[in-house]
Structure formats: C-alpha cells, structure tokens
Write a protein that binds this ligand. Structure first.
Ligand SMILES: *Cc1c(COP(=O)(O)O)cnc(C)c1O
Length: 355
C-alpha cells in the first residue's frame, strides 16, 4: 500500500464544550479516505479535512445498500495517553461484514495504521473529562455510479471521528426494554451478523414505537419461531439465571459484539459460569416467576454495560435488581471501563496505546 497522503485543514474548527457533548453530533478536523476499484484494489489512502463527499446520485450505496460500518472508541487516560480497545477485532469484523455483503476486504494492519495516523493528527479532539471519549466510525460504501443491481465495482473506505460524552451522565442507570412481538430484525442466513446499515433500517420502526411508549429499546426474538432471544438494538444481552450467566449463542442472526466477547472472557476468568446457548422467552418468564432471573444487562461499545431495570413481555413486567444496577453489571462495568481508560491492570492485553 502507498504512503498515506496528508492534507491538513487550513481552518481548524472550534472544539465543542466537553460538558455538553451530543453523541455523533460534532466531528474532528480530519477524516481518512481510500478508494477501491477492480484494477487497483485499495488505493489513494489519504487524510483530508473533514467535509462533504461528492458522489453520483446513482451510487450503489444509495439504492442497494452495500454499506458496512464499525464503531469503537479512543480513550484518554488520566496520564494523558490515548488508547484503543481491541481495535483489530473491529477491522476483522468489518471484513466479515464486507464478505457477507460481497464487498472487498481491507488489510487489517493497514486500516489500523490509517486509524492511528488519523488519531495522532486529531489527538487534541480526544476529550479529557472523565467518561468522555472519541467515537470512531469506519465505514465502507459501494460507489459505482450505476443503477445496475449487481455488486458495486467501486468502493470508498472512510474513517470519521466524533467526541462523545459519558453515556450515563449521572452514573449507570437501568433502562426499560420490551420484547418485540411483531417485527424481527434478522434471520439466520441473512445479514444479522454483519454490521451494516440495512439491519438498522429494518429496526427503526420498532425502535420508534418503543420510544413513543417510554422504552429505550426493544429485545428482538428470532425471526422464525419468535421464541428465542437474540439481542437489543445495538447491544448484545446477558441474563443472570440462578448461578448461571446466559447469553444467546451466535448462530448467524446476532451481531458478534466485541464487548460481548470481552464480558464472556472476563466472567470466565472470574470463575463465573457463563453459557452461550439458545434461551427462549418462555424459559426466561418461568425463571422470573421462580425468582431465579435476577439480573439483565446489555453490552456494546457505546454504553459498555447497560443494566436493564424492567423487561416487558406481552402483559408481564419483569422487574430486575429492584430497578437498580445489579452487582454483576456494576462489576463488569468497572472492570471494562478501567481497562479501557487505563486505570486498571490489563491482564488480557486488550488496551492498545496509540500516543
Ligand atoms: C455494534 C453492535 C453491537 C455491539 O457490538 P460491540 O462490538 O460490543 O460494540 C451489538 N449489536 C448490534 C446490532 C450492533 O450493531
């Protein structure tokens, strides 16, 4: 791969107030871009001032949805260093998503190098206040300017950066979730395991209804039997059932979260019994009635660990952990954020220092 060309902005922007950061609202001064075509593969890697793209309205991504993305964060440690959390996992997953959508692979090491180069240039944009971070959004779009409904012959890979606030400004607070009965997000054999815009488009309607009814997210059931639990919005889910922690097994329709994987590895290292298996909503209801279902949480890059205080299924309200944060949720949150911000030992080598 060629050298990354750098074109610095001549008009640096004013940085937003770190006390009032809105998720995904402000962007840094620069972005990374490279192009792909059949003859040259990935080429012309460059860092340019953040700004609008000029694309033909016929581009594949606008009509047929060849689009994949990733989400990770850069964290500023109290000692001023800047760290990433398992970033190579994100670019490996991007390649799995690209494969499913018939899009080209990226070189994981090169993508990581591009990200580090961009972060060094925009390092001042990584906020300092406790709990804040710099959200990183790599994405790939099909850009062939043709309405032919076939795999795009041209692509762009782009990385943009956005300073974000603490997910919970007033500490970890439990959310309300309901079990979605009508709509489904993904089916086995479909694109559920890929991180692509299309999965989100398919989930917006249920999400809007949930918000109207005062819930923060929906819990998706499997698309075939509508019995087995899959995941929540942009988070994987875990359930404490007696002395077992259960999370739905990955079988093609669930997004394989990096936070999910890290939670499983942490629990195992603590000697907690954690099982990846099928879990039906009926089993959950029975466990609740018997007093064995005591804690539920979501896992994802944005919130890290998101405790669930109430889960509604049809007419039944399952109240969990007295509407507070369950002990396991709190312990996982403290451990993961400690590793991410470099304030706790990192026995797994997950934290990657960039600067
Ligand atoms: C990104 C995402 C997650 C969480 O993945 P992490 O790697 O933990 O951030 C879970 N579910 C969906 C649908 C997602 O898009």
């Amino acid at each position: 791969m060629e050298e990354i060309r750098i074109e610095r902005t001549t008009a640096p922007k004013q940085k937003p107030d770190e006390n009032h950061l809105v998720f995904g609202h402000d962007f840094t001064d620069h972005m990374f871009v490279m192009n792909w075509n059949k003859e040259q593969g990935w080429h012309d890697p460059r860092i340019v001032p953040f700004g609008p793209l000029t694309l033909s309205p016929a581009c594949n991504c606008f009509h047929y949805g060849q689009e994949t993305f990733e989400g990770l964060k850069a964290y500023r440690s109290p000692d001023g260093s800047i760290r990433l959390f398992r970033p190579e996992e994100n670019f490996k997953r991007l390649n799995n998503s690209n494969d499913r959508l018939s899009m080209p692979q990226v070189d994981v090491d090169f993508a990581l190098k591009a990200l580090k180069t961009l972060l060094k240039l925009d390092a001042d944009w990584v906020p300092h206040k406790e709990g804040t971070s710099l959200y990183i959004r790599p994405f790939v779009i099909g850009t062939e300017p043709s309405l032919g409904a076939h795999t795009s012959s041209e692509y762009m890979f782009i990385i943009i950066l956005s300073p974000v606030g603490a997910y919970y400004s007033t500490g970890l607070s439990p959310v309300k979730i309901y079990v979605e009965n009508e709509y489904v997000r993904a089916v086995r054999g479909g694109t559920g395991f890929a991180k692509c815009g299309g999965n989100y488009a398919a989930s917006m309607k249920a999400q809007d209804i949930a918000e109207e009814e005062g819930f923060s997210q929906v819990l998706w059931l499997d698309g075939v039997e509508r019995r087995y639990i899959e995941e929540v919005g942009a988070m994987n889910v875990f359930f404490v059932l007696g002395d077992e922690v259960v999370t739905p097994m990955l079988q093609g329709s669930i997004l394989p979260g990096i936070t999910r994987k890290s939670v499983i590895e942490l629990l195992k290292s603590w000697g907690v019994k954690v099982t990846e298996r099928r879990l039906s909503i009926d089993e959950l209801e029975t466990a609740y009635r018997e007093g064995r279902f005591t804690e539920m949480f979501g896992s994802g890059t944005a919130a890290v660990i998101s405790p669930v205080g109430l889960l509604r299924y049809q007419d039944m309200d399952m109240k969990l952990s007295d509407g507070k944060i369950g002990p396991l949720s709190q312990k996982l949150y403290d451990e993961l954020t400690g590793i991410q911000w470099g304030t706790k030992p990192d026995p797994f080598g997950w934290s990657v220092k960039v600067l």
